[in-house]
Design a protein around this ligand. Structure first.
Ligand code: PLP
Length: 372
C-alpha cells in the first residue's frame, strides 16, 4: 500500500458532549518520553493521581484510581465487580447512559428493574421509593448523575439514602459531572462511582477514574463467584494500584501523564472556582440563546452547566446545522440521541471549553448558520 501522509489534526473548538478541549500543558505532558509502568517515578505519580482524584471526588476512599479504558470501562468495572448472577438491581433510566447501565448490569446476570423518566427530566426519589416497594432488597441502586444525552442533573442524596435504607449499594455515573459541578462521594455516601477523563477534567479519552467505598470493596472481595472480567477485576487491579505493585496489565503510561497534569490544573483552579466558571458560562449561553428565541430541552431547575440540550430552531435541519458549524466555523457540537434525535443539538461547555469567548463564538456561528 501507499503509506498515507502523517495525520494532521485540524483546529477545532470541541463544544460537543466530549471530548472537550485539552490544555496545552496536558498535551505536553503526554508527549514526554515513556517510563516503565513499575518505574519508581511512575509509581510515585500513580500515588499522586490517586490523591488528586480523592480531592476531586471529595472522598477518603482508599480504592480510588483510574481504570484503563474510557467511561464505559468504568461502568463495567463497577457492575462486574459488584453483581453476581441473579442479583436484583434498580437502575434509573432517563437517557442513553441509564440504558447502557441496564445493558451492562443484565450482561452481568442481574435482574434489572428500570425506573424511567422522560428524556430531559430527572429521576425523582419518589420513583425510586416506589420501585423499592416492588423490589425491596436490591443489591444495587444505580443512577446517572449528569445525563449527557439530555442535559439533566439528577439530585442523588435522597436516592442514595433510600438505597442504603434498603440495604443496597448506591452506584453513580459521574462521567460528565466530575470536575464541572459538585460531586461529593462521602457526603452523598456513594458506594461505587465511575467517571471519564475527556469531559470536565479536560484530558483526552482513555482512562476512567473510579472509587469504591469500603462497603463496596467488602462486596467485591467476598463474592461467591469470580468476577467474570479478568481485566476489570478489582481483586487483581488492587495489587497493582495498591502497595504490592504486582504487574496486572501494562498501564497506559502517557494517558496517566495526561491525567496527572489535568488533575493538577483542576486543583490549581480550585473546585469551587471551577464549578462557578461552569455555571456562569452556562448561564451566559442560556441568556444568549433566549435572545435568539431558543430554549433548552432539559428540565428547568436541573439543567447541566456543562452540557446544554439546545432546541433546534424551527424549520432548521439539525444535521445540516451541525455540519455547517463544523466545516465553516470549526466548532464541533453533538447531535441529539434517541428520543431527542433531530430535536436538539448538544452544546458542551466542559473543562477547558467552558470560556466566555467560546460562548460568544458559538452564538455568533449559530446565528450565521441558522439565519437568526
Ligand atoms: C453519562 C455518561 N456515562 C457513560 C459514558 C460512556 O463513556 P465513554 O464514551 O468514555 O466510554 C458517557 C459518554 O459520553 C457519558 O456521558
Amino acid at each position: 500500500m501507499q503509506i498515507p501522509d502523517a495525520f494532521s489534526a485540524p483546529p477545532r473548538l470541541l463544544m460537543g458532549p466530549g471530548p472537550s478541549d485539552v490544555a496545552p500543558s496536558v498535551l505536553k505532558a503526554m508527549s514526554q518520553p515513556l517510563v516503565g509502568h513499575l518505574d519508581p517515578v511512575f509509581v510515585k505519580m500513580m500515588e499522586e493521581i490517586k490523591g488528586m482524584l480523592r480531592v476531586v471526588f471529595q472522598t477518603k476512599n482508599e480504592m480510588t484510581f483510574p481504570v484503563s479504558g474510557t467511561g464505559s470501562a468504568g461502568m463495567e468495572f463497577c457492575f462486574v465487580n459488584l453483581i453476581e448472577p441473579g442479583d436484583d438491581v434498580i437502575v434509573g433510566v432517563n437517557g442513553v447512559f441509564g440504558n447502557r447501565m441496564v445493558d451492562v448490569a443484565e450482561r452481568c446476570g442481574a435482574r434489572v428493574t428500570k425506573v424511567e423518566s422522560p428524556w430531559g427530566r430527572i429521576i425523582e426519589a419518589q420513583q425510586v421509593r416506589e420501585a423499592l416497594q416492588k423490589v425491596p432488597r436490591p443489591k444495587i441502586v444505580a443512577v446517572v448523575h449528569a445525563e449527557t444525552s439530555t442535559g439533566a442533573l439528577t439530585p442523588v442524596e435522597e436516592i442514595s439514602r433510600l438505597a442504603h435504607d434498603a440495604g443496597a449499594l448506591f452506584v453513580l455515573d459521574t462521567v460528565t459531572s466530575l470536575g464541572g459541578c459538585p460531586v461529593k462521594l462521602d457526603d452523598w455516601q456513594v458506594d461505587a462511582v465511575y467517571s471519564g477523563t475527556q469531559k470536565c477534567l479536560s484530558c483526552p479519552p482513555g482512562l476512567s477514574p473510579v472509587s469504591l467505598s469500603p462497603r463496596a470493596i467488602q462486596v467485591a472481595t467476598t463474592r461467591k463467584k469470580k468476577v467474570q472480567s479478568w481485566y476489570l477485576d478489582v481483586n487483581l487491579l488492587a495489587s497493582y494500584w495498591g502497595q504490592e505493585r504486582v504487574y496486572h496489565h501494562t498501564a497506559p503510561i502517557s494517558m496517566n501523564y495526561a491525567l496527572h497534569e489535568a488533575l493538577r490544573l483542576v486543583l490549581q483552579e480550585g473546585l469551587e472556582n471551577r464549578f462557578r466558571r461552569h455555571q456562569e458560562n452556562h448561564l451566559a449561553l442560556k441568556h444568549g440563546l433566549r435572545e435568539l428565541g431558543l430554549g433548552l430541552a432539559s428540565q428547568e431547575g436541573h439543567q447541566l452547566w456543562q452540557l446544554n440540550a439546545v432546541e433546534v430552531p424551527a424549520g432548521a435541519d439539525e444535521a445540516a446545522l451541525r455540519k455547517r458549524l463544523l466545516t465553516e466555523h470549526h466548532i464541533e457540537v453533538g447531535a441529539g440521541l434517541g428520543a431527542l434525535k433531530g430535536k436538539i443539538i448538544r452544546v458542551g461547555l466542559m473543562g477547558e471549553t467552558s470560556k466566555p469567548e467560546n460562548v460568544t463564538r458559538f452564538l455568533t456561528a449559530l446565528r450565521a448558520v441558522a439565519g437568526l
